[in-house]
Design a protein around this ligand. Structure first.
Ligand SMILES: Nc1ncnc2c1ncn2[C@@H]1O[C@H](COP(=O)(O)OP(=O)(O)OP(=O)(O)O)[C@@H](O)[C@H]1O
Ligand SMILES: [Mg+2]
Length: 461
């Protein structure tokens, strides 16, 4: 691996020299800078893997250096060096995106450990970003964000079926991305040069839907003043996307079945049989099997559609996708609205990660748009999130109480939850244990015991 490059920024020359010497001896490539302004200059000239910066400096201070890094070079890590008097500022710096902080006088062993960990963290992050870019390029699903196991399976099926003519049935709750998946299938298949024609079977009244799908001849009914080409004809050579298929009337279900079987139909009022070359993709947020059992959906049509089912899991079943979706939408909306890109604090992100998302990705997308438009600072914290993310202690207990089919390890979850609350309280109290204990309605000794048991250290926050 290439030598990691580190920039040390401190107005105290003794600290600067001492750190530089230590890090150089360890094999890092080190540059030094006596103030923030000079540091920004250097940062523009070359890329660093890591910046170690003092907090209080004349001119551009450590916070200035950090926010410059976060906004311009997010791939560069940052560690804050601080005196004991400014620990609260260091905590704020971590909220803004610093990896960690070190207290003066900096202890050599601790420095080397924290630096090595920060570099490893940065390396994994860079690798992750690169990998995601490569994956998306390779499979061409540029606009479908997801890295969770269930979404990788979805990508896998898309890749396998895109270039075939097989009928695909996309199942998933509202807002999970069914339409996006339908588009990915069409545009990654050989029919991509021909149209993808969507029909929303739920939104169009039955009598209109029939002529919408099959077209009509002039004079077929009172208002048919001219011949109309239906969606099936428009899709010739391409794909028809039958969205909300579960809402289609029984009468139309029969007619559709015939087109699916032999690709033939007549326009309403016409006697010429038309033959089309189409691929069919259908989607629904309803439970089709249940509709079949209740006699509301034809069984033969169900089997005809259910050749390749793709189930898109709700967002709450793939929480690993939440942070990357958040990043994606925040960046996207900031660019579109020409606003600076705000950052979420870890606490705010953790609220988003544990929320149930009944509206799935659409709900998250709308929330991020709102956050970008309304946010007045660079940082979005829990208090900036809407009401439903603000939990009082009682709500916390009700919060996201879902037991998955496979069960869950109660003790581990309770212990993780306790750990999160303790870290949160310490963070809020600037790591003053007395204050943190008060926030948690504990006495100090109990809190200290819990901190020890949970092996919580400042660096683990
Ligand atoms: N994995 C994803 N990556 C990026 N954007 C997504 C993803 N999934 C959904 N979206 C976005 O969320 C919104 C809802 O997606 P889409 O319309 O495809 O959902 P749907 O399942 O068809 O919902 P409905 O059942 O309500 O029609 C869209 O704006 C879409 O771009
Ligand atoms: Mg849809």
């Amino acid at each position: 691996m290439a030598q990691a490059s580190i920039l040390v920024v401190d107005d105290a020359s003794a600290v600067r020299e001492n750190l530089s010497e230590l890090l150089t001896e360890e094999g890092y490539e080190v540059d030094i800078s006596a103030d923030g302004t000079a540091a920004l200059q250097l940062l523009q000239e070359r890329a660093y893997d890591l910046v170690l910066t003092d907090l209080s400096m004349p001119g551009v201070d450590g916070m200035g250096v950090l926010s410059y890094l976060v906004n311009h070079f997010p791939e560069t890590g940052c560690i804050i060096i601080t005196g004991y008097g400014t620990i609260q500022n260091a905590v704020n710096a971590m909220r803004l995106g610093a990896y960690d902080y070190l207290c003066k006088p900096v202890e050599s062993q601790e420095l080397l450990v924290v630096v090595a960990r920060a570099l490893e963290h940065q390396r994994l992050r860079q690798e992750n970003i690169l990998l995601k870019k490569q994956l998306r390029k390779k499979f061409g699903f540029d606009n479908i964000i997801g890295a969770s196991e269930p979404m990788c399976q979805v990508f896998d099926i898309i890749r396998k079926v895109a270039d075939t003519d097989s009928t695909v049935l996309i199942l998933g709750e509202s807002g999970t991305g069914k339409e996006l998946v339908a588009r990915a299938i069409h545009y990654n298949g050989y029919r991509r040069g021909n149209p993808l024609i969507p029909v929303n079977c739920g939104a169009i009244p039955e009598d209109l839907l029939e002529s919408e799908l099959f077209g009509h001849e002039r004079g077929a009914f009172t208002h048919a003043i001219r011949t109309r080409i239906g969606r099936f004809e428009q899709a010739h050579g391409g794909t028809i996307f039958l969205d909300e298929i579960g809402d289609m009337s029984p009468n139309l279900q029969v007619k559709i079945l015939r087109v699916l079987q032999d690709h033939q139909f007549e326009r309403i009022g016409g006697n010429k049989t038309l033959k089309v070359n189409i691929r069919v993709i259908a989607a629904t947020n309803r439970d089709l099997q249940e509709l079949v059992q209740n006699g509301r959906f034809r069984e033969d049509l169900f089997y005809r559609l259910n050749v390749i089912p793709i189930r898109i899991p709700p967002l709450r079943e793939r929480r690993a996708d939440i942070p990357i979706l958040v990043d994606h939408f925040i960046q996207d909306f900031s660019k579109k609205k020409k606003k600076p890109t705000p950052r979420l604090t870890p606490a705010a992100m953790s609220r988003l990660e544990s929320y149930a998302w009944p509206g799935n990705v659409r709900e998250l997308e709308n929330l991020m748009e709102r956050m970008v438009i309304l946010s007045e600072s660079e940082v979005i914290d829990v208090k900036d999130l809407p009401e439903r993310f603000q939990l009082t202690s009682q709500e916390t207990l009700r919060f996201n109480l879902e037991i998955p089919a496979g069960g869950l390890p109660l003790q581990k979850i309770v212990s993780d939850f306790e750990r999160q609350l303790i870290i949160k309280a310490l963070d809020q109290a600037g790591w003053v244990k007395n204050q943190a204990a008060q926030l948690l309605h504990l006495n100090r000794t109990t809190l200290v015991e819990k901190i020890k048991k949970q092996k919580i250290t400042r660096a683990s926050n």
